[in-house]
Design a protein around this ligand. Sequence first.
Ligand code: AP5
Ligand code: MG
Length: 212
Amino acid sequence: MNLLIMGLPGAGKGTQASKIVDEFGLIHISTGDMFRAAMANQTEMGKLAKSYIDKGDLVPDEVTNGIVKERLSQDDIKEKGFLLDGYPRTIDQAHALDKTLEELSLQLNGVINIDVNPESLIERLSGRIINKKTGETFHKVFNPPAGDYNEDDYYQREDDKPETVKRRLDVNIAQGQPIIDHYRKVGIVHDIKGDQEIPQVFVDIKKVIDSL
Ligand code: AP5
Ligand code: MG
């Protein structure tokens, strides 16, 4: 099974993706996670990505298309299936993905579109905390770590600063609609109400995937 998960910054793509891959054994391919790993390792690509990500802008398509194609070409993809998170994010990326999938004889089975009121996203992103050791994502209010947790064990993403968040939302709102329309034409988009509690969002997503 090969899926995309889409939604604005903070919609809950990463949160739901980790539940989906646990349940269905798919390979999680998050372009944001790949860029953050490259930034942490200070590779050339990481340095380039940082110059865009820190401003809330998109990394150029040719870079992003390249890393996704490379990952999709690996042997485990055909065996396990994939869940792409945060890609495609421009219509040109959607066309590049169509071409890559055709070349690799892979097919998309569904697009999970998490629909959230943009007004709630600032609050979600400003309260997001990530465990330094495990990389697991939480929220100070909506999804706090269990028990008495030590704030020093968690960090906030650089691009979750209010000025950057505003830019990220503007960029993604502008780019998103043509991509959804592109997949609606093929009839594979499944809209999920994202303004519900995390477990309920997953119940709805699981129903969709079970039906595919
Ligand atoms: P990326 O890492 O993909 O960031 P994003 O799309 O902005 O999305 P987020 O990861 O911020 O949000 P999410 O939807 O995963 O939400 P989460 O589950 O964490 O990309 C970062 C940057 O990399 C981009 O800005 C761009 O520069 C670059 N990039 C990446 N892909 C690219 C591409 N294809 N092309 C070009 N550039 C690219 O949840 C957020 C918070 O809300 C958490 O605290 C969570 O606990 C909480 N939460 C989740 N669900 C709920 C709920 N139902 N109710 C209440 N709280 C919730
Ligand atoms: Mg994410």
